[in-house]
Design a binder for this molecule. Structure first.
Ligand code: SF4
Length: 200
């Protein structure tokens, strides 16, 4: 909680910084220039900045922190794209390249449920079958031609067998298996992951 006397004490702050904090507390939406003022502020004023952020948090969402326990499924780390910042994707020749088969997915799901998880987080590379023969061969073995179709099947399987709610970072500009049954309803929590718009 920031009191009036706290705000009076801000007279010791550089006027530009005090103005930004004051406007933030007044509910004003800050812009990029305000952000630069905060980022470049002298560390000596950190406590005032943190106190302001805390007051805004308390007045907005309060102090309650919630979380939902998730189990992670790196369904495949093969990817058609090559984002420079990515540490997840592996090329087919990489010894760490990996696509989970059905038994592996089921085993992880069962372990997640036993651990009290509520959600299944599927993380995967972007349509690797468009780039790699290995991905196409793996999908053929699994009875699919598209990674997203295998993803859909695994989301449905995990939900049906464990009740874990599936989420995935798969891009949404291609439907998961056209004509999909009600399983689509289970996927409306799909997250747009960091590779929603890869720069490839
Ligand atoms: S699209 Fe995603 S998985 Fe693929 S390289 Fe980019 S960040 Fe990595």
């Amino acid at each position: 909680m920031i009191t009036l006397s706290d705000r009076r004490a801000w007279s010791a702050l550089p006027p530009v910084l005090a103005d930004v904090l004051d406007r933030a507390l007044s509910g004003e939406t800050l812009d990029a220039d305000d952000g630069y003022v905060l980022i470049r502020a002298d560390p000596a004023y950190l406590s005032e900045i943190v106190a302001t952020a805390g007051a805004l948090r308390d007045g907005g969402r309060g102090r309650t922190i919630t979380y939902s326990r998730k189990v992670f499924f790196p369904l495949t780390n093969l990817c058609r794209d090559k984002c420079g910042y990515c540490t997840f994707a592996k090329a087919p020749k990489d010894p760490d390249a990996k696509t989970m088969d059905r038994d592996e997915v089921r085993a992880v799901a069962a372990a997640g449920r036993a651990a009290g998880c509520k959600e299944a987080l599927f993380s995967l590379g972007e349509r690797p079958e468009e780039r790699y023969a290995l991905a196409r061969a793996q999908l053929r073995t699994l009875g699919h031609t598209k990674t997203n179709d295998y993803l859909f099947e695994m989301c449905e399987t995990v939900f049906d067998e464990t009740g874990l709610i599936p989420h995935t970072n798969a891009r949404r500009d291609e439907p998961l298996r056209s004509g999909a049954p009600s399983g689509d309803q289970r996927l409306d929590g799909i997250d747009a992951g960091e590779h929603q718009r890869p720069p490839s």
